[in-house]
Write a protein that binds this ligand. Sequence first.
Ligand SMILES: *Cc1c(COP(=O)(O)O)cnc(C)c1O
Length: 402
Amino acid sequence: MTNQDLLKIAQDYGSPVYVYDAEKITSQYKRLDSAFKKVKQVKFNYAVKALSNISVLKLMNSLGAGLDTVSIQEVKLGLEAGYKPADIIYTPNGVSLNEIEEVATMGVQINIDNLSILEQFGTKHPKIPVCIRINPHVMAGGNTNISVGHIDSKFGISIHQMPLLLRTIENTEMHINGIHMHTGSDILDIDVFLYASEILFDAAKNFHDLEFIDFGSGFKVPYKEGDIETNIEELGKKLSKRFNEFCVEYGRELTLAFEPGKFLVSQAGKFLVKVNVIKQTTSTVFAQVDSGFNHLIRPMLYGVTHYIENISNLEGRERFYSVVGYICETDTFASNRRITEITEGDILAFHNAGAYCYTMASNYNSRYRPAEVLWYKGKAHLIRQRETFDDLLKNQIVLELN
Ligand SMILES: *Cc1c(COP(=O)(O)O)cnc(C)c1O
């Protein structure tokens, strides 16, 4: 996908528009796959919440991925995309017993992360195999917004509650077929991750009918120059070796599972916006674009830096800009950022726009959610049209005032 291709997409489909490169998704998947090729049974369950377009889910299916879902709606999207229920794992947090039961009847693998629901589910359905989400209390990253392994986290059953967990399973006579952890979003230090894995291996020894161990996700990808990324190859080498040893200890071939979201789709995505206004104040030059946190909220919500490129003027002289949106709210995408000279009408490309971008978009300011395009086999394919005014009205019931 060249720069010209991107400009053409912005022209053909209008802005703002999300563009995903199927080749990049594929190469990331293959990278992961080859890092763990020494393990006999491996399963990568793509985390739907990162990017849930059905065409992207279909692409993942064609690569051999399963799905990791957090809501019954994501499960239904997966089924719609052609996944077999057995290739879907459902890892909700704080949802009702009813929803979990409904998903279980579809034949999807259930993953339970609290003792209350575990007891209720196990009492009613002791025969349905369940995976357990453990919190090993290992901080995988520095950013407390995205670290879910710490002591105050709402995710998972604490490793320190193992005795009560085992008693609950014994009392209900339920069948546990997997254990799981998802410690956070940033594996920066592989040894920290391996340490958390040891806790999971230790926990696994308490269960005698396991089929898989799921290590969640946390693969870090670079967002800007100088960012470190998870060394997948090294992680693959070390964890595979340890996993194979563990299978011998355990006395059975287990499946090693992961649930990558960001790693598979983040870098494949570009978000294209158009510059409406260049506005100079006493201190700042603003480039105001036809978007805002209604379309891409990560910079405002998490303070994430998305690299921004002026694809209409790649060779221009660099100047400093604050890139902001057009909604009535502070919606700063970038402050005092070095970007090649911007003229009104230019198209800016936000990098790393594949994960948690479109899926977090809203209609704030009654703006339409953008279109989505998949670059697949050398061609652009529209995979979601831009919303229309009818979408804004669709569920509204107009009250007749008298
Ligand atoms: C969000 C989530 C993932 C994916 O995380 P990434 O950082 O995008 O790879 C995996 N597993 C669970 C349970 C999740 O909630």
